[in-house]
Design a protein around this ligand. Structure first.
Ligand SMILES: [Zn+2]
Length: 305
Protein backbone atom coordinates (compact mmCIF):
# COMPACT_ATOMS: atom_id res chain seq x y z
CA UNK A 1 0.00 0.00 0.00
CA UNK A 2 2.86 2.36 0.95
CA UNK A 3 4.57 1.65 -2.38
CA UNK A 4 1.35 2.33 -4.32
CA UNK A 5 0.77 5.61 -2.45
CA UNK A 6 4.36 6.69 -3.02
CA UNK A 7 4.08 5.89 -6.75
CA UNK A 8 0.84 7.86 -7.00
CA UNK A 9 2.37 10.74 -5.04
CA UNK A 10 5.36 10.87 -7.40
CA UNK A 11 3.07 10.84 -10.46
CA UNK A 12 0.95 13.69 -9.13
CA UNK A 13 3.91 15.77 -8.04
CA UNK A 14 5.63 15.30 -11.39
CA UNK A 15 2.60 16.31 -13.46
CA UNK A 16 1.10 19.31 -11.76
CA UNK A 17 2.79 22.52 -12.78
CA UNK A 18 0.14 25.16 -12.32
CA UNK A 19 0.17 25.22 -8.54
CA UNK A 20 2.58 25.22 -5.68
CA UNK A 21 2.90 24.64 -1.97
CA UNK A 22 3.90 26.53 1.14
CA UNK A 23 5.63 24.35 3.71
CA UNK A 24 5.28 25.05 7.44
CA UNK A 25 8.33 24.12 9.54
CA UNK A 26 9.23 24.79 13.15
CA UNK A 27 12.46 23.54 14.77
CA UNK A 28 13.91 21.26 12.10
CA UNK A 29 17.62 20.58 12.50
CA UNK A 30 20.31 20.53 9.80
CA UNK A 31 19.64 16.93 8.83
CA UNK A 32 15.87 17.38 8.64
CA UNK A 33 16.09 20.56 6.57
CA UNK A 34 18.50 18.85 4.14
CA UNK A 35 16.15 15.89 3.83
CA UNK A 36 13.15 18.15 3.12
CA UNK A 37 15.03 20.18 0.51
CA UNK A 38 16.38 17.06 -1.24
CA UNK A 39 12.97 15.36 -1.21
CA UNK A 40 10.87 18.32 -2.36
CA UNK A 41 13.59 19.64 -4.70
CA UNK A 42 12.98 16.66 -7.01
CA UNK A 43 9.54 18.03 -7.89
CA UNK A 44 9.38 21.67 -6.87
CA UNK A 45 11.14 24.94 -7.60
CA UNK A 46 11.96 26.76 -4.36
CA UNK A 47 10.88 30.40 -4.50
CA UNK A 48 11.36 33.57 -2.46
CA UNK A 49 8.38 35.13 -0.69
CA UNK A 50 8.66 38.15 -3.01
CA UNK A 51 7.94 35.86 -5.98
CA UNK A 52 4.92 34.17 -4.42
CA UNK A 53 2.03 36.27 -5.75
CA UNK A 54 3.61 36.37 -9.21
CA UNK A 55 3.93 32.58 -9.27
CA UNK A 56 0.34 32.21 -8.08
CA UNK A 57 -0.73 34.18 -11.16
CA UNK A 58 1.56 32.49 -13.66
CA UNK A 59 2.58 28.82 -13.69
CA UNK A 60 6.26 27.94 -13.93
CA UNK A 61 7.90 24.88 -15.48
CA UNK A 62 7.61 23.13 -12.14
CA UNK A 63 5.27 23.71 -9.19
CA UNK A 64 6.69 26.17 -6.66
CA UNK A 65 7.56 25.60 -3.01
CA UNK A 66 7.95 28.31 -0.38
CA UNK A 67 9.62 27.30 2.87
CA UNK A 68 8.43 28.90 6.11
CA UNK A 69 9.55 28.48 9.74
CA UNK A 70 7.27 29.48 12.63
CA UNK A 71 8.14 30.65 16.16
CA UNK A 72 11.57 32.22 15.49
CA UNK A 73 13.60 29.79 17.58
CA UNK A 74 17.38 30.09 17.75
CA UNK A 75 17.77 26.64 16.18
CA UNK A 76 16.55 28.17 12.90
CA UNK A 77 19.64 30.40 12.87
CA UNK A 78 22.03 27.66 13.98
CA UNK A 79 20.75 24.73 11.93
CA UNK A 80 18.29 25.63 9.16
CA UNK A 81 19.92 28.80 7.84
CA UNK A 82 23.39 27.36 7.04
CA UNK A 83 21.76 24.52 5.06
CA UNK A 84 19.29 26.78 3.24
CA UNK A 85 22.10 29.21 2.36
CA UNK A 86 24.32 26.41 1.06
CA UNK A 87 21.51 24.92 -1.03
CA UNK A 88 20.20 28.30 -2.22
CA UNK A 89 16.72 27.85 -0.75
CA UNK A 90 14.84 31.01 0.34
CA UNK A 91 12.59 30.97 3.43
CA UNK A 92 10.38 33.09 5.66
CA UNK A 93 10.95 33.12 9.44
CA UNK A 94 7.94 34.13 11.55
CA UNK A 95 8.86 35.76 14.86
CA UNK A 96 6.87 35.93 18.11
CA UNK A 97 7.98 39.48 18.66
CA UNK A 98 7.70 39.91 22.45
CA UNK A 99 9.65 36.68 22.93
CA UNK A 100 12.40 37.97 20.63
CA UNK A 101 12.61 41.13 22.71
CA UNK A 102 12.47 39.43 26.13
CA UNK A 103 13.68 35.85 25.40
CA UNK A 104 10.89 34.64 27.68
CA UNK A 105 9.61 31.13 26.87
CA UNK A 106 6.34 30.65 24.99
CA UNK A 107 3.41 28.92 26.70
CA UNK A 108 4.04 25.60 24.98
CA UNK A 109 7.72 25.68 26.00
CA UNK A 110 6.60 26.11 29.62
CA UNK A 111 4.06 23.33 29.24
CA UNK A 112 6.58 20.97 27.59
CA UNK A 113 9.16 21.57 30.35
CA UNK A 114 6.59 20.70 33.04
CA UNK A 115 5.43 17.57 31.21
CA UNK A 116 9.05 16.46 30.71
CA UNK A 117 9.85 17.02 34.37
CA UNK A 118 6.76 15.10 35.54
CA UNK A 119 7.26 12.30 33.03
CA UNK A 120 3.53 12.31 32.34
CA UNK A 121 0.80 14.58 30.99
CA UNK A 122 -1.61 15.83 33.68
CA UNK A 123 -5.20 16.21 32.47
CA UNK A 124 -4.97 20.01 32.89
CA UNK A 125 -1.98 20.20 30.53
CA UNK A 126 -3.34 18.15 27.66
CA UNK A 127 -2.82 20.19 24.46
CA UNK A 128 -6.43 19.84 23.30
CA UNK A 129 -7.53 21.34 26.62
CA UNK A 130 -5.02 24.21 26.73
CA UNK A 131 -5.67 25.11 23.11
CA UNK A 132 -9.24 26.05 23.99
CA UNK A 133 -8.12 28.74 26.48
CA UNK A 134 -7.14 32.39 26.25
CA UNK A 135 -3.41 32.92 26.81
CA UNK A 136 -3.80 34.47 30.29
CA UNK A 137 -5.70 31.39 31.46
CA UNK A 138 -3.07 29.05 29.99
CA UNK A 139 -0.30 30.90 31.81
CA UNK A 140 -2.30 30.88 35.08
CA UNK A 141 -2.66 27.10 34.74
CA UNK A 142 1.05 26.72 33.99
CA UNK A 143 1.99 29.00 36.91
CA UNK A 144 0.35 26.56 39.33
CA UNK A 145 2.40 23.62 38.07
CA UNK A 146 5.61 25.64 37.68
CA UNK A 147 5.41 26.83 41.30
CA UNK A 148 4.47 23.44 42.68
CA UNK A 149 7.26 21.56 40.90
CA UNK A 150 9.79 24.43 40.48
CA UNK A 151 10.11 23.89 36.75
CA UNK A 152 11.07 26.45 34.16
CA UNK A 153 12.15 25.89 30.56
CA UNK A 154 15.80 26.27 29.55
CA UNK A 155 15.95 29.20 27.14
CA UNK A 156 19.59 28.28 26.39
CA UNK A 157 18.16 25.31 24.52
CA UNK A 158 18.03 26.57 20.90
CA UNK A 159 14.70 24.77 20.41
CA UNK A 160 13.27 26.90 23.25
CA UNK A 161 15.12 30.23 23.16
CA UNK A 162 14.20 32.80 20.51
CA UNK A 163 16.56 34.26 17.95
CA UNK A 164 17.56 37.85 18.75
CA UNK A 165 16.62 40.92 16.71
CA UNK A 166 20.28 41.16 15.62
CA UNK A 167 20.07 37.60 14.32
CA UNK A 168 16.80 38.38 12.54
CA UNK A 169 18.46 41.39 10.89
CA UNK A 170 21.36 39.16 9.88
CA UNK A 171 18.91 36.72 8.23
CA UNK A 172 17.27 39.60 6.41
CA UNK A 173 20.69 40.73 5.14
CA UNK A 174 21.24 37.23 3.77
CA UNK A 175 18.01 37.57 1.75
CA UNK A 176 15.61 35.67 4.02
CA UNK A 177 12.20 37.15 4.83
CA UNK A 178 11.19 38.04 8.39
CA UNK A 179 7.47 37.82 9.14
CA UNK A 180 5.28 38.34 12.23
CA UNK A 181 3.63 35.58 14.29
CA UNK A 182 1.89 37.65 17.03
CA UNK A 183 3.49 39.21 20.11
CA UNK A 184 3.00 36.27 22.52
CA UNK A 185 1.68 33.30 20.50
CA UNK A 186 -1.90 33.10 21.82
CA UNK A 187 -4.48 31.08 19.91
CA UNK A 188 -6.16 34.13 18.51
CA UNK A 189 -9.61 32.57 18.11
CA UNK A 190 -9.71 32.17 21.94
CA UNK A 191 -8.98 35.85 22.60
CA UNK A 192 -11.24 38.90 22.54
CA UNK A 193 -11.29 40.70 19.20
CA UNK A 194 -9.44 43.64 20.73
CA UNK A 195 -6.74 41.42 22.24
CA UNK A 196 -6.34 39.43 19.00
CA UNK A 197 -6.00 42.58 16.92
CA UNK A 198 -3.41 43.95 19.38
CA UNK A 199 -1.36 40.74 19.06
CA UNK A 200 -1.48 40.83 15.26
CA UNK A 201 -0.95 44.55 14.74
CA UNK A 202 1.64 44.82 17.53
CA UNK A 203 3.81 42.06 16.08
CA UNK A 204 3.62 43.42 12.54
CA UNK A 205 4.60 46.89 13.85
CA UNK A 206 7.55 45.41 15.82
CA UNK A 207 8.92 43.57 12.79
CA UNK A 208 8.58 46.73 10.69
CA UNK A 209 10.35 48.82 13.33
CA UNK A 210 13.16 46.37 14.10
CA UNK A 211 13.81 45.29 10.50
CA UNK A 212 13.75 48.83 9.12
CA UNK A 213 11.15 48.18 6.44
CA UNK A 214 7.54 47.07 6.08
CA UNK A 215 6.71 43.62 7.44
CA UNK A 216 5.42 41.65 4.45
CA UNK A 217 3.87 38.54 5.99
CA UNK A 218 1.95 37.31 9.03
CA UNK A 219 1.34 33.69 10.16
CA UNK A 220 -1.42 32.61 12.55
CA UNK A 221 -0.22 30.71 15.66
CA UNK A 222 -1.60 27.18 15.62
CA UNK A 223 -3.13 28.08 12.26
CA UNK A 224 -6.22 29.27 14.17
CA UNK A 225 -7.93 32.11 12.35
CA UNK A 226 -11.21 33.67 11.33
CA UNK A 227 -11.73 35.47 8.06
CA UNK A 228 -12.18 38.73 10.00
CA UNK A 229 -8.80 38.32 11.74
CA UNK A 230 -7.08 37.32 8.51
CA UNK A 231 -8.49 40.38 6.75
CA UNK A 232 -7.43 42.53 9.72
CA UNK A 233 -3.85 41.18 9.42
CA UNK A 234 -3.86 42.02 5.72
CA UNK A 235 -5.13 45.51 6.56
CA UNK A 236 -2.02 46.03 8.75
CA UNK A 237 0.02 46.19 5.56
CA UNK A 238 1.38 42.66 5.08
CA UNK A 239 1.27 41.17 1.58
CA UNK A 240 0.50 37.61 2.70
CA UNK A 241 -1.25 35.92 5.63
CA UNK A 242 -0.48 32.27 6.38
CA UNK A 243 -2.83 29.66 7.83
CA UNK A 244 -2.39 25.89 8.21
CA UNK A 245 -5.19 24.84 5.85
CA UNK A 246 -3.40 21.78 4.41
CA UNK A 247 -3.82 22.27 0.67
CA UNK A 248 -1.89 23.48 -2.37
CA UNK A 249 -1.82 27.11 -3.47
CA UNK A 250 -3.68 27.56 -6.74
CA UNK A 251 -4.15 30.45 -9.11
CA UNK A 252 -7.36 31.44 -7.31
CA UNK A 253 -5.79 31.41 -3.83
CA UNK A 254 -6.00 34.72 -2.00
CA UNK A 255 -2.98 36.27 -0.26
CA UNK A 256 -4.98 37.16 2.88
CA UNK A 257 -5.43 33.49 3.89
CA UNK A 258 -2.90 31.26 2.23
CA UNK A 259 -2.75 27.53 2.98
CA UNK A 260 0.36 25.75 4.29
CA UNK A 261 1.31 22.12 4.64
CA UNK A 262 3.04 21.38 7.95
CA UNK A 263 6.03 19.05 7.85
CA UNK A 264 7.18 17.67 11.20
CA UNK A 265 10.62 16.64 12.41
CA UNK A 266 10.09 12.90 12.27
CA UNK A 267 8.88 12.75 8.64
CA UNK A 268 10.91 10.60 6.22
CA UNK A 269 10.95 11.32 2.44
CA UNK A 270 8.08 8.91 1.78
CA UNK A 271 5.86 10.56 4.38
CA UNK A 272 6.71 14.04 3.08
CA UNK A 273 5.79 13.14 -0.52
CA UNK A 274 2.61 11.31 0.39
CA UNK A 275 1.42 14.17 2.60
CA UNK A 276 2.16 16.77 -0.06
CA UNK A 277 0.34 14.69 -2.72
CA UNK A 278 -2.59 14.09 -0.34
CA UNK A 279 -2.91 17.87 0.03
CA UNK A 280 -3.47 18.27 -3.72
CA UNK A 281 -7.21 17.38 -3.94
CA UNK A 282 -7.83 20.00 -1.23
CA UNK A 283 -10.10 17.94 0.98
CA UNK A 284 -8.25 14.90 2.35
CA UNK A 285 -5.98 16.13 5.15
CA UNK A 286 -7.09 17.33 8.56
CA UNK A 287 -6.06 20.82 9.61
CA UNK A 288 -3.51 20.53 12.46
CA UNK A 289 -5.30 23.41 14.22
CA UNK A 290 -7.99 21.00 15.43
CA UNK A 291 -10.80 22.09 13.10
CA UNK A 292 -10.62 18.94 10.96
CA UNK A 293 -11.77 19.52 7.39
CA UNK A 294 -13.85 22.66 8.06
CA UNK A 295 -11.49 24.52 5.72
CA UNK A 296 -12.88 22.54 2.76
CA UNK A 297 -16.36 24.04 3.07
CA UNK A 298 -15.05 27.54 3.72
CA UNK A 299 -12.65 27.54 0.77
CA UNK A 300 -15.00 25.85 -1.69
CA UNK A 301 -17.67 28.36 -0.71
CA UNK A 302 -15.23 31.15 -1.61
CA UNK A 303 -14.16 29.36 -4.81
CA UNK A 304 -10.66 29.53 -3.34
CA UNK A 305 -8.87 26.30 -4.23
ZN1 LIG B 1 3.76 29.11 16.18
Amino acid sequence: MGKFLLGLAKFLLGNYFSKGIIIGNHIQDRYQVTLEVETLGQYFEFIHHDALTGRMAMAGKRPFCLFTFDDGKKINVLEAVPVLEKLGVPAVFYLVTDSVTSNLPLWFDRRNAIVKDLGMIPEELKPERLKKMPLAQIHAQLDQFAEKYSVCPDTNDPCVGAMSWDEARMLQKKGFTIGAHTRNHPILTNESLEEAKGEIGGSIASVTREMGHDCVSFAFPNGSYTNDLARFAASCGVKTVMTTDPIWVGASAEPWHLPRIDIYNHYDPQKILIKVAAALPGCLLKNPNGTGRAYVKVRWFHGDR
